[in-house]
Design a protein around this ligand. Sequence first.
Ligand code: SF4
Length: 392
Amino acid sequence: MNHHQVETAASNSEQTTFSQPLFSDVLAQTDFTELQLITADQSRVLQALYAKTPDLTDLAVLLSPQAKLMLPELIARAAELTRQHFGAARQLFAPLYMSNLCANECTYCGFSMSQAVKRRVLQSEELLLEAEAVKALGHDQLLLVAGEHDRKVGMDYFRRQVPLLRPLFSRLMLEVQPLSSSDYQELKQLGIDTVLVYQETYQPLAYQQYHLKGNKTDMRWRLNCPDRLGVAGMDKIGLGILLGLADWRLDALALGLHLRHLQQHYWRSHYSVAFPRLRPCSGGVEPAVLVGDAELVQLYCAFRIFAPELELILSTRENARLRDLLLPLMITSLSAGSKTQPGGYRVAPQALQQFSIDDERSPAQMAEVMVSLGLQPVWTNWHPAFGRGEAQ
Ligand code: SF4
């Protein structure tokens, strides 16, 4: 392993010295061939279902085509573990798109720089209007989202906007371009509790094929972003892959390896995982790999069993029927009433979306459904009177 590495990127002049291996090196040194070829009979699947400390081999077994034939058993075990670790509580949150400006070209995304769409960066007053509209829907946990544009929607912008929004919500989450450790430390001070940074795919050839221009072409900078978040002591770190780009089983195994790496080195942080499926966008890209509903369910079950304490997120990209099915079983956090364009709640409700959403139900309707399923909708997970629990 390469200890004491120096992490740099074209997009950032900061140099951070890490005292532990970075995930990019762990990934480069891992051969997944054996895990991919694993053949599991029924008893091996049962062994993985009830493993005390499931390892990557157990995850490979749970993701295998053979395990798919035992989906009812996987679902039952995932539901049992979800009940044990989370009871009936399910978190609700909403995304707020701050900007659709993007300096990258990702072939599957409607915000790519080459797309001829009207660009917009919300400024303070507009952000506050949007935030109030989200609050009026009942939400108390907000995910701030933006396309990747360091110059116009970078640290200066976050420094101005985050403190304005912080008093309105009990949890502020961020999904923007990967930043440096010192930036994350500062964002934590400003009031960001959670950062999501999805790798999209862990397979270098596929990654190159879909990411054509801009800082996102630097796969290593993105791969090591969760390490930088861990070093910064971020409370929660969100990982994810975009299903439809490449072999999903291989990407899921790499994600499992990533999660274990982070849990081992940054054990103070909490983790979440999401598996968005590629949806039609204005770029019109069709998924290269189709991931069916049964496979999506298998994937969520496998991760619940692999890491029972993990927050599993489901987005409004999925349809209402599937969301209602998965919610009681293993999902612990979901967005509701989402608008995926800047200004979508109040300022510019008709603008272009990053991707189309399927579940159009309002947060209140979603909460009613949850109650009818015997679940407890959780709008807020912290009271301001307690202060913010700093990790160190
Ligand atoms: S996926 Fe993200 S980085 Fe890529 S074009 Fe869309 S908004 Fe920009």
